[in-house]
Ligand binder design. Structure first.
Ligand SMILES: [Zn+2]
Length: 342
């Protein structure tokens, strides 16, 4: 066990503190327009969909620069739809309508990402958000591959993400009802086949091999930052035990880290996964744009209450993970002792 840094001992009242902060955040929400609450993020996702025809058409060209532009458009749009879109849709942050929420969830997670919407909700919302950094539950251990060495993990393993994602989804289907399994399998196949069909019929690829290679390149374009961001945000921060987990506000203040703003990643992954991950874990119903809007309120509140607000740069985390790979990614992390915060 190791003591927590930056969490004053005996500072109970976590519920009251969170209530106080939530009231401030709700005030910001009430003062915001629809455009700020949902519109900005819906527009980014809409633009990503609208950019797809241009991306597929660019791939018809013989010119290397135009080809590169096509790959970039398709790759960035793919990540915007599958990471930002799936994440916001899984949290129900795109619309107030329950019906539309479900439709967006199926579209982004199953058709675009090729994963199971049920499992994404269970694994991400229920376990990862509900038990952030609790060992054996939301401890990010799914991202640990102790059999790989640090360079293979950080530089090569991200390339496997587009291949592993549908395979993991299919494996999970064994545990769901037949009706849901058929739907998920149908929507995943539809998404993958539509991508392949468009490359053959719109982009003019002549062989299945070249179309599949192009699918692989666009689907792994931002796989490196995707994997890195997922480990940087939680691993290496205090970890808690199941029976002594801290109050929600302490759990998120200690166990979540914000990276600085990074334009491509802000666009493709969303603020809630980059510079506002603390805000996102505290208020997961907020859209990316609203997380950014409440960030000054949240950071000021946590600083005033002398609670930890973790921030670090991408490069600093990258260096830390390379130099302390064994300790962070191979060994079981130590449980942080928290006095009076449970
Ligand atoms: Zn989330």
């Amino acid at each position: 066990m190791e003591p927590a840094q930056g969490a004053p001992p005996g500072s109970g009242g976590g519920e009251a503190l969170l209530g106080e902060l939530e009231a401030l955040v709700r005030d910001v929400e009430r003062a915001s327009s629809w455009w700020e609450r949902r519109g900005v993020d819906c527009a980014i996702l809409g633009l990503s969909l609208l950019a797809l025809p241009a991306g597929f058409l660019c791939l018809r060209s013989e010119n290397v620069l135009v080809l590169g532009l096509g790959i970039t458009i398709l790759g960035v749009s793919h990540y915007t739809l599958t990471v930002k879109g799936s994440h916001l849709a899984t949290h129900g942050a795109l619309t107030e309508s329950k019906g539309w929420s479900k439709i967006w969830e199926l579209f982004f997670v199953e058709v675009c990402l090729a994963f199971s919407a049920e499992y994404a909700k269970y694994g991400h919302v229920k376990i990862h958000h509900g038990y952030t950094n609790v060992l054996g539950l939301g401890d990010s251990s799914t991202w640990r591959l102790p059999c790989l060495n640090r360079f293979v993990y950080m530089f090569l393993s991200p390339l496997l993400i587009p291949i592993i994602t549908p395979l993991v989804a299919v494996e999970r289907l064994r545990k769901v009802e037949l009706r849901l399994a058929v739907r998920t399998l149908g929507l995943i196949s539809l998404g993958l086949y539509a991508h392949y069909w468009l490359l053959l019929n719109v982009s003019g690829f002549r062989s299945p091999g070249s179309a599949l290679l192009c699918m692989f390149i666009t689907r792994s374009l931002l796989a490196h930052p995707y994997l890195h961001v997922n480990i940087f945000q939680h691993i290496g921060l205090p970890m808690f035990s199941r029976d002594k987990k801290p109050r929600r506000i302490h759990m998120m203040s200690l166990g979540v880290l914000n990276l600085p703003r990074l334009p491509v990643l802000d666009w493709a992954f969303g603020h809630s996964l980059i510079s506002c991950h603390v805000e996102h874990h505290l208020f997961p119903w907020l859209s990316d744009n609203m997380c950014l809007k409440v960030k000054p309120v949240v950071s000021q509140f946590l600083h005033e209450k002398k609670l930890r607000y973790n921030e670090d740069s991408y490069l600093a985390r990258f260096r830390l993970f390379l130099s302390h790979y064994e300790e962070l990614m191979v060994q079981t992390p130590p449980i942080t002792e928290l006095v009076g915060l449970q």
